[in-house]
Design a protein around this ligand. Structure first.
Ligand code: ZN
Ligand code: ZN
Length: 341
Protein backbone atom coordinates (compact mmCIF):
# COMPACT_ATOMS: atom_id res chain seq x y z
CA UNK A 1 0.00 0.00 0.00
CA UNK A 2 1.27 3.47 -0.90
CA UNK A 3 4.70 2.28 -1.80
CA UNK A 4 7.24 5.03 -2.13
CA UNK A 5 8.41 3.51 -5.39
CA UNK A 6 5.12 4.67 -6.82
CA UNK A 7 6.46 8.20 -6.48
CA UNK A 8 9.27 7.43 -8.86
CA UNK A 9 6.92 5.81 -11.34
CA UNK A 10 4.52 8.72 -11.08
CA UNK A 11 7.36 11.22 -11.45
CA UNK A 12 8.50 9.39 -14.58
CA UNK A 13 5.05 9.48 -16.10
CA UNK A 14 4.40 13.08 -15.13
CA UNK A 15 7.81 14.31 -16.12
CA UNK A 16 8.57 12.37 -19.27
CA UNK A 17 5.49 11.03 -21.00
CA UNK A 18 2.78 13.26 -19.63
CA UNK A 19 -0.11 13.20 -22.11
CA UNK A 20 -1.24 16.53 -23.56
CA UNK A 21 -4.81 15.67 -22.68
CA UNK A 22 -3.81 15.34 -19.08
CA UNK A 23 -2.14 18.74 -19.07
CA UNK A 24 -5.48 20.17 -20.04
CA UNK A 25 -7.30 18.12 -17.45
CA UNK A 26 -5.14 18.52 -14.39
CA UNK A 27 -2.70 21.29 -13.57
CA UNK A 28 -0.91 21.16 -10.24
CA UNK A 29 0.49 24.67 -10.51
CA UNK A 30 -0.74 27.11 -7.86
CA UNK A 31 -3.78 29.04 -8.96
CA UNK A 32 -6.86 30.59 -7.53
CA UNK A 33 -9.51 28.43 -5.92
CA UNK A 34 -11.56 26.61 -8.50
CA UNK A 35 -15.05 27.84 -9.06
CA UNK A 36 -17.99 25.67 -8.27
CA UNK A 37 -19.51 27.08 -5.11
CA UNK A 38 -21.35 25.03 -2.54
CA UNK A 39 -21.89 21.44 -3.45
CA UNK A 40 -25.18 19.91 -2.35
CA UNK A 41 -24.64 17.19 0.22
CA UNK A 42 -26.47 14.64 -1.90
CA UNK A 43 -23.49 14.48 -4.27
CA UNK A 44 -21.74 12.38 -1.65
CA UNK A 45 -24.30 9.65 -2.00
CA UNK A 46 -24.18 7.17 -4.84
CA UNK A 47 -24.87 8.96 -8.11
CA UNK A 48 -23.78 9.22 -11.71
CA UNK A 49 -20.87 11.60 -12.42
CA UNK A 50 -21.77 14.87 -14.11
CA UNK A 51 -20.27 15.72 -17.53
CA UNK A 52 -16.71 17.01 -17.14
CA UNK A 53 -16.45 15.97 -13.50
CA UNK A 54 -13.28 14.23 -12.42
CA UNK A 55 -14.01 10.57 -11.85
CA UNK A 56 -12.11 7.58 -10.61
CA UNK A 57 -12.57 3.94 -11.58
CA UNK A 58 -12.82 2.12 -8.27
CA UNK A 59 -12.65 -1.64 -7.83
CA UNK A 60 -14.94 -2.47 -4.90
CA UNK A 61 -13.25 -5.55 -3.54
CA UNK A 62 -16.15 -6.79 -1.40
CA UNK A 63 -18.72 -6.48 -4.21
CA UNK A 64 -16.13 -7.50 -6.81
CA UNK A 65 -17.35 -4.72 -9.06
CA UNK A 66 -15.74 -1.83 -10.95
CA UNK A 67 -17.56 1.48 -10.56
CA UNK A 68 -16.79 4.89 -12.01
CA UNK A 69 -17.29 7.35 -9.17
CA UNK A 70 -17.11 11.12 -8.88
CA UNK A 71 -13.74 11.86 -7.28
CA UNK A 72 -15.20 13.89 -4.41
CA UNK A 73 -17.74 11.19 -3.54
CA UNK A 74 -14.95 8.64 -3.48
CA UNK A 75 -12.77 10.88 -1.25
CA UNK A 76 -15.58 11.17 1.32
CA UNK A 77 -15.71 7.38 1.58
CA UNK A 78 -11.94 7.22 2.04
CA UNK A 79 -12.00 9.76 4.86
CA UNK A 80 -14.79 7.78 6.55
CA UNK A 81 -12.71 4.60 6.33
CA UNK A 82 -9.25 5.96 7.09
CA UNK A 83 -9.78 8.41 9.99
CA UNK A 84 -12.09 8.39 13.03
CA UNK A 85 -14.94 10.83 12.39
CA UNK A 86 -14.62 11.99 15.99
CA UNK A 87 -11.42 13.80 14.97
CA UNK A 88 -11.33 17.55 14.55
CA UNK A 89 -12.62 18.94 11.23
CA UNK A 90 -9.21 20.38 10.27
CA UNK A 91 -7.68 16.91 10.70
CA UNK A 92 -10.47 15.43 8.55
CA UNK A 93 -9.72 18.08 5.94
CA UNK A 94 -6.03 17.10 5.96
CA UNK A 95 -7.08 13.47 5.46
CA UNK A 96 -9.40 14.46 2.60
CA UNK A 97 -6.58 16.32 0.86
CA UNK A 98 -4.11 13.45 1.13
CA UNK A 99 -6.76 10.94 0.05
CA UNK A 100 -7.44 13.09 -3.04
CA UNK A 101 -3.71 13.53 -3.69
CA UNK A 102 -3.00 9.83 -3.42
CA UNK A 103 -5.96 8.98 -5.64
CA UNK A 104 -5.04 11.44 -8.39
CA UNK A 105 -1.44 10.27 -8.35
CA UNK A 106 -2.69 6.74 -8.85
CA UNK A 107 -5.26 7.32 -11.59
CA UNK A 108 -4.39 5.96 -15.00
CA UNK A 109 -5.48 9.12 -16.82
CA UNK A 110 -2.95 11.13 -14.84
CA UNK A 111 -0.17 8.70 -15.66
CA UNK A 112 -0.42 6.74 -12.43
CA UNK A 113 0.05 3.02 -12.27
CA UNK A 114 -3.57 2.24 -11.35
CA UNK A 115 -4.40 -0.74 -9.18
CA UNK A 116 -2.10 -3.51 -10.34
CA UNK A 117 -4.42 -6.16 -8.90
CA UNK A 118 -7.21 -4.98 -11.21
CA UNK A 119 -5.78 -3.57 -14.45
CA UNK A 120 -8.79 -1.49 -15.52
CA UNK A 121 -9.16 0.10 -12.08
CA UNK A 122 -7.45 3.27 -10.90
CA UNK A 123 -7.67 2.14 -7.32
CA UNK A 124 -9.27 -0.55 -5.18
CA UNK A 125 -11.03 -0.42 -1.83
CA UNK A 126 -8.76 -2.94 -0.14
CA UNK A 127 -6.73 -1.28 2.59
CA UNK A 128 -4.24 -4.12 2.20
CA UNK A 129 -3.50 -2.91 -1.31
CA UNK A 130 -4.63 0.62 -2.28
CA UNK A 131 -6.79 2.73 0.01
CA UNK A 132 -9.62 1.86 2.39
CA UNK A 133 -13.06 3.11 1.43
CA UNK A 134 -16.57 2.66 2.79
CA UNK A 135 -20.00 3.68 1.61
CA UNK A 136 -22.14 6.17 3.51
CA UNK A 137 -24.33 3.28 4.68
CA UNK A 138 -21.33 1.40 6.05
CA UNK A 139 -20.06 4.53 7.77
CA UNK A 140 -23.43 5.24 9.38
CA UNK A 141 -23.70 1.65 10.60
CA UNK A 142 -20.58 2.01 12.75
CA UNK A 143 -21.82 5.12 14.55
CA UNK A 144 -24.59 5.53 17.12
CA UNK A 145 -27.83 7.13 15.95
CA UNK A 146 -26.86 10.31 17.85
CA UNK A 147 -23.52 10.46 16.05
CA UNK A 148 -24.66 9.62 12.54
CA UNK A 149 -25.71 13.00 11.19
CA UNK A 150 -22.99 14.92 13.01
CA UNK A 151 -20.19 12.61 11.88
CA UNK A 152 -21.26 12.27 8.26
CA UNK A 153 -21.77 16.03 8.00
CA UNK A 154 -18.27 16.60 9.39
CA UNK A 155 -16.79 14.34 6.74
CA UNK A 156 -18.80 15.95 3.96
CA UNK A 157 -17.77 19.44 5.17
CA UNK A 158 -14.12 18.38 5.25
CA UNK A 159 -14.35 17.15 1.65
CA UNK A 160 -16.39 20.11 0.39
CA UNK A 161 -14.17 22.68 2.06
CA UNK A 162 -11.08 21.21 0.43
CA UNK A 163 -12.66 20.43 -2.92
CA UNK A 164 -9.95 19.98 -5.60
CA UNK A 165 -7.11 20.72 -3.16
CA UNK A 166 -4.02 18.50 -3.34
CA UNK A 167 -0.53 18.42 -1.86
CA UNK A 168 2.19 18.94 -4.44
CA UNK A 169 5.95 19.18 -4.48
CA UNK A 170 7.59 20.94 -7.42
CA UNK A 171 4.35 20.68 -9.34
CA UNK A 172 3.85 16.95 -8.80
CA UNK A 173 1.38 15.29 -6.44
CA UNK A 174 3.22 13.94 -3.42
CA UNK A 175 3.33 10.36 -2.25
CA UNK A 176 0.82 11.08 0.50
CA UNK A 177 1.76 8.37 2.98
CA UNK A 178 0.35 8.53 6.49
CA UNK A 179 0.13 6.50 9.66
CA UNK A 180 -1.94 6.45 12.83
CA UNK A 181 0.47 7.63 15.52
CA UNK A 182 4.16 8.48 15.30
CA UNK A 183 4.81 8.38 19.05
CA UNK A 184 6.74 11.66 19.23
CA UNK A 185 8.68 11.95 15.97
CA UNK A 186 8.00 10.96 12.39
CA UNK A 187 10.71 9.27 10.37
CA UNK A 188 12.67 9.88 7.18
CA UNK A 189 11.30 7.71 4.39
CA UNK A 190 14.71 6.19 3.68
CA UNK A 191 14.93 4.91 7.23
CA UNK A 192 11.72 2.93 6.80
CA UNK A 193 11.82 2.12 3.09
CA UNK A 194 14.77 2.32 0.74
CA UNK A 195 14.07 5.56 -1.14
CA UNK A 196 14.55 9.00 0.29
CA UNK A 197 12.15 11.82 -0.49
CA UNK A 198 12.66 15.57 -0.09
CA UNK A 199 9.32 16.05 1.67
CA UNK A 200 9.11 12.82 3.69
CA UNK A 201 11.47 13.95 6.41
CA UNK A 202 11.15 13.16 10.09
CA UNK A 203 9.65 15.97 12.15
CA UNK A 204 8.95 16.49 15.83
CA UNK A 205 5.39 15.62 16.79
CA UNK A 206 4.25 16.55 20.26
CA UNK A 207 0.61 16.35 19.18
CA UNK A 208 -0.23 12.63 19.28
CA UNK A 209 0.12 11.93 23.00
CA UNK A 210 -3.69 11.48 23.25
CA UNK A 211 -3.50 8.44 20.97
CA UNK A 212 -4.26 5.08 22.58
CA UNK A 213 -1.08 3.88 20.84
CA UNK A 214 1.11 6.64 22.22
CA UNK A 215 2.68 4.07 24.55
CA UNK A 216 1.78 0.38 24.66
CA UNK A 217 3.20 -2.63 26.43
CA UNK A 218 3.07 -6.07 24.86
CA UNK A 219 4.14 -8.99 27.04
CA UNK A 220 5.25 -12.44 25.97
CA UNK A 221 6.53 -15.22 28.16
CA UNK A 222 10.08 -16.22 27.31
CA UNK A 223 8.72 -19.52 26.05
CA UNK A 224 6.27 -17.81 23.74
CA UNK A 225 9.05 -15.58 22.49
CA UNK A 226 11.24 -18.64 22.00
CA UNK A 227 8.54 -20.38 20.01
CA UNK A 228 8.11 -17.37 17.74
CA UNK A 229 11.84 -17.05 17.16
CA UNK A 230 12.08 -20.76 16.37
CA UNK A 231 10.36 -20.03 13.06
CA UNK A 232 13.86 -19.02 12.03
CA UNK A 233 15.81 -22.28 11.65
CA UNK A 234 19.11 -20.81 12.81
CA UNK A 235 17.67 -19.60 16.11
CA UNK A 236 19.11 -20.91 19.33
CA UNK A 237 16.38 -21.70 21.82
CA UNK A 238 15.42 -19.19 24.47
CA UNK A 239 14.95 -20.95 27.75
CA UNK A 240 13.26 -19.86 30.91
CA UNK A 241 16.55 -20.28 32.76
CA UNK A 242 18.48 -18.08 30.40
CA UNK A 243 16.96 -14.97 28.91
CA UNK A 244 17.28 -14.03 25.27
CA UNK A 245 20.65 -12.62 24.29
CA UNK A 246 20.36 -9.47 22.23
CA UNK A 247 23.74 -9.14 20.56
CA UNK A 248 23.33 -5.95 18.58
CA UNK A 249 20.66 -3.39 18.05
CA UNK A 250 20.66 -0.80 15.29
CA UNK A 251 18.25 2.12 15.47
CA UNK A 252 17.27 5.04 13.28
CA UNK A 253 17.86 8.60 14.42
CA UNK A 254 14.30 8.57 15.77
CA UNK A 255 14.76 5.40 17.78
CA UNK A 256 12.97 3.09 15.39
CA UNK A 257 14.45 -0.36 15.38
CA UNK A 258 16.28 -1.05 12.12
CA UNK A 259 17.87 -4.42 12.89
CA UNK A 260 18.63 -6.56 15.87
CA UNK A 261 20.44 -9.79 16.49
CA UNK A 262 18.79 -12.04 19.03
CA UNK A 263 19.73 -15.64 19.75
CA UNK A 264 21.57 -16.05 16.50
CA UNK A 265 18.78 -14.53 14.38
CA UNK A 266 19.11 -11.19 12.63
CA UNK A 267 15.74 -9.48 12.26
CA UNK A 268 14.75 -6.17 10.79
CA UNK A 269 12.53 -3.95 12.89
CA UNK A 270 9.66 -4.75 10.53
CA UNK A 271 10.22 -8.47 10.93
CA UNK A 272 10.17 -8.17 14.70
CA UNK A 273 7.04 -6.00 14.52
CA UNK A 274 5.30 -8.53 12.32
CA UNK A 275 6.52 -11.54 14.33
CA UNK A 276 5.28 -10.14 17.63
CA UNK A 277 2.30 -8.21 16.25
CA UNK A 278 3.64 -4.95 17.66
CA UNK A 279 2.07 -1.58 16.77
CA UNK A 280 5.33 0.01 15.62
CA UNK A 281 9.10 -0.37 15.36
CA UNK A 282 9.73 2.31 17.99
CA UNK A 283 10.22 -0.47 20.48
CA UNK A 284 12.27 -1.20 23.56
CA UNK A 285 12.11 -4.24 25.85
CA UNK A 286 13.02 -5.64 29.23
CA UNK A 287 13.05 -9.13 30.70
CA UNK A 288 11.20 -9.50 33.96
CA UNK A 289 10.91 -12.90 35.63
CA UNK A 290 9.78 -15.24 32.85
CA UNK A 291 8.39 -12.49 30.69
CA UNK A 292 9.75 -10.19 28.05
CA UNK A 293 7.91 -6.88 27.94
CA UNK A 294 8.02 -4.81 24.75
CA UNK A 295 7.18 -1.13 25.02
CA UNK A 296 6.18 0.53 21.78
CA UNK A 297 5.48 4.14 20.94
CA UNK A 298 3.14 4.89 18.07
CA UNK A 299 1.24 2.80 15.55
CA UNK A 300 2.25 2.42 11.93
CA UNK A 301 5.33 3.05 9.81
CA UNK A 302 5.90 6.61 11.07
CA UNK A 303 6.40 8.33 7.69
CA UNK A 304 4.37 11.33 6.47
CA UNK A 305 1.25 12.55 8.23
CA UNK A 306 0.62 11.37 11.79
CA UNK A 307 -3.19 11.12 12.04
CA UNK A 308 -3.44 11.55 15.81
CA UNK A 309 -0.88 14.33 15.49
CA UNK A 310 -3.09 16.02 12.90
CA UNK A 311 -5.98 15.79 15.35
CA UNK A 312 -3.78 17.20 18.14
CA UNK A 313 -2.62 20.08 15.94
CA UNK A 314 -6.23 20.83 14.98
CA UNK A 315 -7.20 20.89 18.69
CA UNK A 316 -4.52 23.56 19.15
CA UNK A 317 -6.00 25.68 16.37
CA UNK A 318 -3.81 24.79 13.40
CA UNK A 319 -5.43 24.73 9.98
CA UNK A 320 -5.30 21.77 7.62
CA UNK A 321 -2.74 23.59 5.47
CA UNK A 322 -0.49 24.10 8.49
CA UNK A 323 -0.94 20.45 9.47
CA UNK A 324 -0.02 19.21 5.99
CA UNK A 325 3.00 21.52 5.74
CA UNK A 326 4.25 20.25 9.09
CA UNK A 327 4.18 16.58 8.12
CA UNK A 328 5.19 17.01 4.45
CA UNK A 329 8.16 19.34 4.35
CA UNK A 330 8.43 22.02 1.67
CA UNK A 331 5.18 21.15 -0.11
CA UNK A 332 2.51 23.35 -1.62
CA UNK A 333 -1.21 23.05 -1.00
CA UNK A 334 -2.69 23.75 -4.40
CA UNK A 335 -6.08 23.55 -6.08
CA UNK A 336 -6.41 21.54 -9.23
CA UNK A 337 -7.35 23.31 -12.39
CA UNK A 338 -10.75 22.03 -13.41
CA UNK A 339 -11.19 21.10 -17.06
CA UNK A 340 -12.76 23.90 -19.09
CA UNK A 341 -16.44 23.25 -19.63
ZN1 ZN B 1 -5.55 -2.02 -5.38
ZN1 ZN C 1 2.66 12.07 16.04
Amino acid sequence: MRKLTAYLVIALFFGVICLPAFIVLIDFSPMEQAEGGETPQKVYEQREPEPGELTVNVWHHRDRELREMPLEEYVAGVVAAEMPASFEVEALKAQAVIARTYTLAQTLISGGRGCDHHPSADICTSEQHCQAWMSREEALSKWSSQQQDQYWNKIVSAVQDTRDIVVSYQGQPVDAVFHSTCGGHTDNSEEVWSASSPYLKGVECSYCSHSPWSKKETTYTLREFSNLLSRFPQATPVTTSRGPSFLSVDRSSTERLKTLQVNNVTLTGHELRSLLNLPSTRVSWKVHNNNIIFTTRGFGHGVGLCQYGADGMAKQGYTYEEILKHYYQGVEITPLKRPAS
